[in-house]
Design a protein around this ligand. Structure first.
Ligand code: ADP
Length: 264
């Protein structure tokens, strides 16, 4: 309200007009603020790996025969990989925000997506000493959506479960149909570290992490859940999360059943 100019207050529509203008100004300010925060975040996220890369290349240029040369090269490679993932995720987000994401609507067989996700993530799951329990029955109603984007949702959620679950833990994927609403729910549940209640509403924000060091150590970009949320919005679906610190986290995504959307 402080932002309202005298001109706006003097408009014939009086009070209503002033409130309207005030809201617009503060909304505009908020958008600008968010843009600035975003640019600062991206710069910081890119700066961190660059600092590591520059440090190790300088060391190698000074001492090309350093006995740790190979290790330094591995670290440089790792950091370059992080930058690549970050740029990929940023491009995905930006395409989605500008509605230039190619998206198809077709019948999608979730059990098939779960199966191929399990194959792709098997080495990571094994390395982390975790068990994946795929409880999705082979024959389930088809959902309406884009198979590539939905595969990305699944990959992101299960990859997070792997990242945030200590060795010996269990990741369970299951699926159910809500007959009344014709919605299909897909659940990814872990027995991991959990998310504190006060952080839960913010985890879908870009670059929001509960534990920055932990996310970084596991190679996270902080954009995975922002992308998941966007994909769910594009599908007209929704995502729920329940979590207990020290016990585990469950994400459930809800999508429209294919048949019902076709009016059948
Ligand atoms: P990141 O690349 O950091 O994993 P995400 O956007 O995928 O970024 O997730 C945001 C944050 O949400 C993570 O940094 C982590 O703190 C929290 N988080 C996401 N999934 C889980 C999970 N399954 N268990 C515990 N914390 C999680």
């Amino acid at each position: 309200v402080v932002e309202v100019t005298a001109g706006a207050l003097n408009q014939p529509i009086g009070g209503l007009g002033a409130v309207l203008v005030a809201r617009n100004v503060s909304a505009q300010k908020q958008v600008e603020r968010m843009r600035q925060d975003f640019v600062a975040n991206v710069s910081h996220e890119l700066q961190t790996p660059l600092t590591v890369i520059r440090g190790f290349t300088e060391t190698l240029l000074d001492n090309p025969d350093d006995p740790s040369a190979r290790r330094f090269l591995e670290l440089i490679h790792e950091e370059a990989g992080r930058m690549s993932r970050l740029v990929d995720d940023l491009l995905t987000l930006s395409r989605m925000e500008h509605h230039s994401m190619p998206m198809t609507r077709q019948p999608v067989d979730i059990p098939v997506l779960v199966e191929s996700m399990a194959v792709k993530l098997a080495p990571r799951i094994e390395a982390a000493e975790l068990t994946l329990d795929n409880r999705v029955p082979q024959h389930m109603p088809l959902v309406s959506g884009d198979p590539d984007l939905l595969a990305e949702v699944l990959m992101n959620l299960v990859a997070n479960a792997v990242q945030y679950t200590p060795a010996g833990g269990l990741i369970t994927v299951s699926m159910a149909l809500d007959v009344g609403s014709h919605m299909v729910g897909i659940s990814v549940k872990d027995t991991g570290i959990g998310i504190p209640a006060q952080d839960l509403p913010r985890i879908f924000e870009r670059f929001y992490r509960v534990d920055r060091a932990r996310s970084r150590a596991s190679g996270g970009t902080g954009l995975g859940l922002a992308i998941v949320k966007h994909i769910m919005e594009l599908h007209g679906g929704r995502i729920e999360v329940k979590s207990t610190v020290g016990a585990g986290t469950e994400f459930i995504v809800w999508l429209m059943e294919y048949e019902s959307e076709q009016g059948g």
